[in-house]
Write a protein of this length. Structure first.
Length: 420
């Protein structure tokens, strides 16, 4: 079993991040999994609403066709509260790409020519302005910001900006091999700059590849252990908590990565590890009980046991497709000697085939197509319970249809040749 010698006894918030800029689940599914979050050790939800928020007025253009309604937002908040989960909204503002180009515009260049202005000072002034508006408009609210835009800023620039009085930085790293001492030094830097609260961010999915379909549990579990070691260096109340991020896209233009139900076993393992400071037999049993698993292997991407938790059928069907769909399709098209020898792309293009040879590959072609068409039907049915049509369309177009289409075209060509 996996252990680390830290025990998080002080008040330490454990947040689960929901990235709604891709594959946003229906509220009915959130109603099923929020209780699981709480049972497994979460104390809050970091919701990245994106275009699922029911914007109105001038901002209405920002919302998705499938955006949650105001009543659904209230339902989400009620569901969270009834399960003892604090809700923190995540709103993307000035981010990575914008800072990269900060200082390139004419107004920015003019500003930089004045006195001792620097790009990071422009960024800090922006953060201060936004944060001051928030704390003034919403009494008792203190913004949390991703820390990567602060990492290279000189301490004196951060101190003089007074942002430490207005925000709390969240230090993130999703690697299972990051430098613990480096993260401790970074947290100490922020402490010296005047921040009296800091956050950490790990990941339970969405951090091992932009088009990753299955979740690497070991990768993410090791990431949690590293963060627990960093937290151990700060025995006081400096560390406010940790967010287990579950990215659904790398950015607004990238494809969907692991779906939430696919990442549920990994989330469960990571929550238990963070909540108890270890992952021993006790935590293993808790995960299996909560998810309805008879066995759990944290070292393997695939398992024969998919549990009984909400969405487990999606985990099973996606796993089977990820391991078998492309492989079986390519095996038929490129590995079957009768297909490659007597029904090649050239044969199909010119619509001719030796009738005597069809018997050696026809059944396999039709059988494989039938198998994956049935699989697609089952997966669509399972996804309809959780996702909106646009998510289903995108996921199938990215990960399923390219291979299913090849099989359909192969059988279509076979039918066409057989009838001529």
């Amino acid at each position: 079993m996996d252990k680390t010698d830290i025990s998080v006894k002080r008040q330490f918030l454990v947040l689960v991040h929901l990235d709604l800029k891709g594959a946003p689940p229906k509220v009915s599914y959130l109603a099923e999994i929020f209780p699981l979050f709480a049972q497994l050790g979460a104390s809050g939800i970091l919701i990245e609403y994106e275009d699922m928020f029911p914007y109105g007025g001038k901002l209405e253009v920002l919302k998705s066709k499938y955006a949650y309604s105001p009543s659904e937002i209230k339902s989400i908040l009620h569901l969270a509260k009834s399960n003892g989960l604090e809700v923190i909204p995540l709103v993307q503002t000035f981010g990575h790409m914008e800072v990269f180009f900060l200082g390139e515009g004419e107004e920015s260049k003019m500003c930089l020519k004045q006195g001792q202005n620097h790009v990071d000072r422009l960024f800090l002034s922006h953060v201060k302005a936004v944060a001051q508006h928030i704390v003034t408009a919403y009494q008792g609210v203190k913004p949390i910001i991703w820390d990567d835009m602060l990492r290279d800023s000189p301490e004196d620039h951060i101190k003089e900006s007074d942002v430490a009085l207005l925000v709390e930085p969240m230090i993130w790293d999703y690697s299972p091999e990051f430098d613990i001492n480096g993260k401790v030094s970074l947290a100490e830097k922020y402490q010296k700059c005047g921040f009296n609260k800091i956050w950490f961010a790990s990941a339970f999915k969405g951090a091992t590849g932009a088009n990753q379909q299955l979740t690497h549990v070991r990768h993410h579990l090791e990431n949690q252990f590293l963060w627990l070691q960093v937290a151990k260096a700060f025995p006081g109340d400096l560390v406010q908590g940790i967010t287990l991020t579950g990215w659904q896209r790398y950015d607004h233009y990238s494809v969907l990565c692991e779906l939430l139900p696919v990442g549920m076993p990994c989330l469960a393992v990571c929550l238990q590890a963070v909540a108890h400071g270890q992952f021993s037999e006790k935590e293993d049993e808790t995960v299996k009980k909560c998810l309805g698993l008879s066995s759990l292997d944290t070292n393997s991407v695939v398992s024969d046991d998919f549990g009984t938790f909400p969405g487990n059928d999606i985990l099973r069907l996606v796993t089977e497709a990820a391991f078998q769909l492309a492989a079986s399709t390519e095996s038929l098209l490129k590995g079957n000697r009768y297909v490659t020898g007597w029904f090649s792309p050239y044969h199909r293009k010119h619509k001719f085939v030796n009738p005597m040879m069809v018997q050696y590959f026809e059944n396999e072609c039709r059988s494989l197509l039938s198998k994956w068409e049935q699989h697609a039907e089952q997966l669509r049915s399972a996804m309809e319970n959780i996702y909106y049509p646009n998510t289903m369309e995108e996921w199938f177009d990215e990960y399923f249809n390219p291979f299913l289409t090849k099989l359909q075209q192969l059988v279509f060509d076979l039918d066409h040749v057989s009838n001529t």
